[in-house]
Design a binder for this molecule. Structure first.
Ligand SMILES: CC1=C(CCC(=O)O)c2cc3nc(cc4[nH]c(cc5[nH]c(cc1n2)c(C)c5CCC(=O)O)c(CCC(=O)O)c4C)C(CCC(=O)O)=C3C
Ligand SMILES: [Fe+2]
Length: 375
């Protein structure tokens, strides 16, 4: 055995997230950051601003990331992984560029990134890589050392991500009135994206109807539905549905929307529905507003009992999965052939996004992929 640590060659883990406002005055500047150059209709922005104001202008995402950070540090300490964990966001403080500046000042040069987005897509992967490239360019322009940055493989099908969602689905079923529990449907939800973005999500060989984005979500949905059937002895109808659509109405996005789906299954006689937000790593605004507020109001209107499964958040099994993924990637970077855990049918995702993975409509430099302009 060499005396290299198990996390070599990495000297830092970067938790990279979306960011969110922490008070009413932050809401508009946050939305400006998110939508810069993205052509989202003003009406939609006003509406989304209202969602934040309803919660005092505070997104739950920041506290959830602080919790995840604590869980990761605890997990690393408990298993003897002496790797510092940093946190930076794309759209709000602590900003990614500031975090990378701090990280290089601490002497770190080889960074592994954990994005709080588990699936392939432009919005969930390449956009994070573009923002990493922007931050690296800023460091270079300031004459600072530019660290080498990698990104962990998509963890949508890692057992440490899927098992907490299985338990959460069972717990949500148990919240339903007993009379409707056995007949309850499962509605797996994720962020809608333009169908054109879905069709080109993932590596080129996965492009086609729905692309890797839909295939990965279906794989997770099926794994959870199968496990729930085994656990409860009941085969219940399930479907992958979408939420949080934005963009111009004439551009097609993934459907059906969760609210339309609730209406449709209610009309078909479903006695209850459990909503399982598999597309989200924690209970951020899309979950709190679009599911817990809007979809629940729709269910009340219909007289349809619903329950919402918890997201993974800072579950210790997820923190352990991140530790495994870090050590797995470190071993691969050292030229070893580590074991790669995955549930479902798709198998473990790639370490390095290939050229043409989740292409942008207007190409921009992206770090941590095969087409990165940075080493
Ligand atoms: C796939 C996906 C994820 C999941 C993967 C991941 O987690 O990254 C995600 C996460 C998030 N999206 C978030 C917030 C917003 N997303 C927006 C807009 C958009 N999202 C999109 C996709 C996704 N988004 C898309 C295709 C757009 C349209 C415009 C564009 O192409 O950019 C807008 C603008 C207004 C609107 O259009 O709704 C906001 C405010 C927050 C923070 C929540 C909080 O504060 O708790 C989080 C975690
Ligand atoms: Fe979003």
């Amino acid at each position: 055995m060499s005396d290299q640590p198990a996390h070599a060659p990495y000297d830092a883990l970067l938790l990279l997230s979306f960011g969110g406002p922490e008070g009413p005055d932050d809401v508009v500047p946050f939305l400006e950051n998110v939508t810069r150059g993205r052509g989202i209709p003003r009406e939609r922005l006003k509406e989304v601003g209202q969602h934040y104001f309803l919660f005092g202008g505070v997104s739950p995402i920041n506290d959830q990331n602080r919790e995840l950070l604590r869980a990761l540090r605890e997990e690393f300490a408990a298993s003897g992984v002496d790797l510092p964990v940093y946190w930076g966001n794309r759209n709000w403080a602590p900003y990614l560029t500031d975090t990378l500046r701090e990280l290089v000042r601490d002497g770190r040069r080889r960074v592994l990134t954990l994005a709080t987005s588990a699936y392939a897509s432009y919005s969930g992967c390449r956009q994070y890589r573009e923002n990493l490239a922007d931050a690296l360019a800023a460091l270079e322009a300031e004459g600072l050392p530019v660290p080498r940055v990698d990104k962990l493989r998509h963890y949508f099908n890692h057992p440490g991500f899927v098992r907490p969602m299985i338990d959460a689905t069972l717990a949500a079923l148990a919240e339903l009135p007993e009379a409707v529990r056995a007949g309850a449907h499962l509605a797996f939800t994720t962020h809608s994206i333009p169908t054109a973005a879905a069709d080109t999500s993932g590596p080129a060989e996965h492009h086609g109807d729905g692309g890797a984005y839909v295939a990965q979500h279906l794989d997770v949905a099926r794994a959870i539905a199968d496990a729930v059937r085994e656990e409860t002895g009941t085969d219940r109808p399930w479907r992958l549905v979408y939420q949080s659509r934005s963009g111009a109405p004439h551009i097609p996005w993934l459907e059906p929307d969760i609210c339309d789906h609730l209406e449709a299954v209610h009309a078909d006689g479903a006695p209850a529905v459990v909503m399982v937000p598999i597309g989200f790593v924690s209970d951020h605004m899309e979950v709190k507003y679009d599911l817990d507020t809007e979809a629940k109001a729709k269910a009340v209107e219909l007289g349809l009992p619903v329950a919402r499964a918890a997201t993974v958040g800072a579950d210790p099994r997820f923190a352990a999965a991140v530790r495994e993924l870090v050590l797995e990637r470190a071993a691969a970077e050292r030229g070893e052939r580590p074991e790669r855990c995955a549930l479902g049918a798709l198998g473990p995702s790639h370490d390095l996004c290939p050229v043409g993975c989740c292409p942008a409509r207007a190409p921009r430099p992206a770090a941590a992929g095969a087409d990165s302009p940075w080493a």
